[in-house]
Design a protein around this ligand. Structure first.
Ligand SMILES: [Zn+2]
Length: 314
């Protein structure tokens, strides 16, 4: 009778533990698995040697867990052990858990995040200076190649200018040579995803800003800063032209120390010329794109800005 009771208690405990576990995995968002993947990942089978997808893959990238997408290994630690399975001599820190295998001899490796079976780890075989081999089933992983930057992307830089109503700021910057694209939006405030209406209350702290993506081989940040200063009244405090309010201030949000130094250089030149520059210089926080009807406003309306006029200074 007592024995029966203890079996019952154990059974109840098991049910509770299991349901807690499955609740935990449920929260993790796991990928659905094919029967072949289930055999290895859940039931610890081993794929046939020399049959897996990644045995001979030496492309640059990250191997992630097939079940939960957690990064496990980098391509830099992959080597050829001629064993028929992908081999690594290092793991991404904390990504892989080692547990004694059921066979009592080997050490099993599982995904530290979701517990997916990966393979086994072997020491002191002398393959690489690290002297360790993570022998992993291809089917337990998914390879994510590193994104290669195109020549065009390498030559791109982003700048953020605020000079009053963003319709006018964008009007001049989008026409400048070497500019790839411009977008108007909000920046510098304390709310996420602000609307135009919210920004106009003056309570969000956001400034109407134009994001400029330009080709460094065709123009320069210097050229854009000059244009910025030549198309607005940077001496006006608390607004621009008839538009009064914090969202219309003259602000440059810099994305690098280099951009900061360039703006400081032009503020210096303008100060020497006798101008009292009101521009605020700030490190660029998150940019929030404005509503579609604000984008390229004057182009769509075939109009010209009332608040921004070009005048040569430099
Ligand atoms: Zn996982």
């Amino acid at each position: 009778m007592r024995a029966n009771l203890s079996i019952l208690i154990t059974a109840v405990l098991l049910v509770f533990t299991q349901s807690a576990c499955s609740q935990q995995t449920r929260k993790m968002k796991l990928n659905p698995l094919t029967p072949a993947e289930q055999a290895v990942i859940l039931h610890k089978a081993t794929e046939r040697p020399f049959s897996g997808e990644y045995e001979n893959n030496y492309a640059k990238g990250t191997y992630v867990c097939k079940r939960c997408d957690a990064p496990l290994y980098r391509s830099e630690s992959k080597f050829d052990a001629h064993c028929g399975w992908p081999s690594f001599d290092d793991e991404i820190k904390g990504a892989v858990k080692r547990i004694p295998d059921a066979d009592g001899k080997r050490t099993e490796i599982v995904c530290a995040n979701c517990g997916a079976h990966l393979g086994h780890v072997f020491l002191n075989e002398g393959f690489t200076p690290k002297n360790i081999r993570f022998c992993v089933n291809s089917i337990s992983m998914k390879f994510i190649p590193d994104k290669v930057m195109t020549e065009q992307e390498k030559n791109q830089e982003t700048a953020y200018f605020a000079s009053g109503c963003f319709w006018g700021t964008q009007y001049y910057l989008m026409k400048a040579p070497g500019v790839i694209s411009t977008t108007v939006g909000y920046m510098g405030g304390h709310t996420k995803n602000p609307t135009y209406k919210e920004v106009c209350t003056g309570e969000t702290g956001h400034v109407e800003t134009t994001e400029v993506v330009f080709d460094k081989t065709k123009t320069s940040y210097d050229a854009l800063v000059k244009l910025y200063y030549e198309t607005h009244d940077f001496t006006q405090v608390g607004g621009q032209g008839p538009d009064i309010g914090d969202q219309y201030r003259s602000v440059v949000f810099y994305t690098s120390e280099n951009q900061k130094h360039i703006v400081e250089k032009y503020i210096g030149i303008l100060t020497e010329k006798g101008y009292k520059v009101a521009t605020i210089l700030r490190l660029a926080p998150e940019f929030w794109k404005a509503e579609d009807y604000h984008q390229e406003y004057y182009e769509k309306k075939h109009g010209t800005p009332y608040c921004h006029i070009y005048r040569k200074i430099f």
